[in-house]
Design a protein around this ligand. Structure first.
Ligand code: NI
Length: 180
């Protein structure tokens, strides 16, 4: 078990395109994923990408809590070499936060509906469709593999602020429960 240090915005590893993993079944990747799971549990987010722990490889872990998005949520999912395909042009604007951008939250446009695929640790290619919060979380995490942090995807910087302050001022009809 190892809790890894999380890179924060400003560290160059977060801006690099991460390298594809040649062998998703290798012990090295299994170890990386184990350490990422420990790190995510300790930090308390819903997802983590390898560049966030200073490893520039295309590996993401995430889960969707019950009650968010498709209701039943999604179990913890380990994705190696994930790919996203938007289904249509429709986008939603909603809150996000990130373990690499501590204390802040912002409203980010993301595709509403996507199809995504990945290789699991057994080397099998998997595929799912997603919408809403689930689709948003996958887009946020996979963006880390291409060197994008959520503020770089924002179109209205008046919607970026400290979560503590935003929590006091966002309208009651605006669900300010961010993706992390
Ligand atoms: Ni993030």
């Amino acid at each position: 078990m190892a809790i890894l240090k999380i890179a924060r915005m400003g560290h160059p590893v977060l801006l690099q395109p991460a390298k594809p993993v040649e062998d998703p079944t290798s012990p090295e990747i299994a170890q990386l994923v184990d350490d990422m799971l420990d790190t995510l549990e300790d930090a308390g987010g819903i997802g983590l990408a390898a560049p966030q722990v200073h490893v520039s490889k295309r590996v993401v872990i995430f889960f969707i809590p019950k009650g968010r998005s498709d209701g039943e949520g999604q179990p913890l999912t380990v994705m190696v070499n994930p790919e996203i395909e938007p289904l249509g042009d429709e986008k939603d604007l909603d809150w996000e936060a990130c373990l690499s951008v501590p204390d802040l939250m912002g409203k980010v446009p993301r595709y509403t509906n996507i199809k995504y695929s990945w290789t699991n640790l057994e080397g099998e290619r998997q595929e799912r469709t997603a919408s809403g919060f689930h689709a948003r979380a996958v887009q946020h995490e996979c963006d880390h593999l291409d060197g994008f942090l959520y503020p770089m995807r924002m179109t209205d910087m008046t919607q970026l602020g400290f979560a503590e302050e935003m929590g006091r001022y966002v309208r009651e009809d605006d669900d300010a429960e961010p993706v992390e």
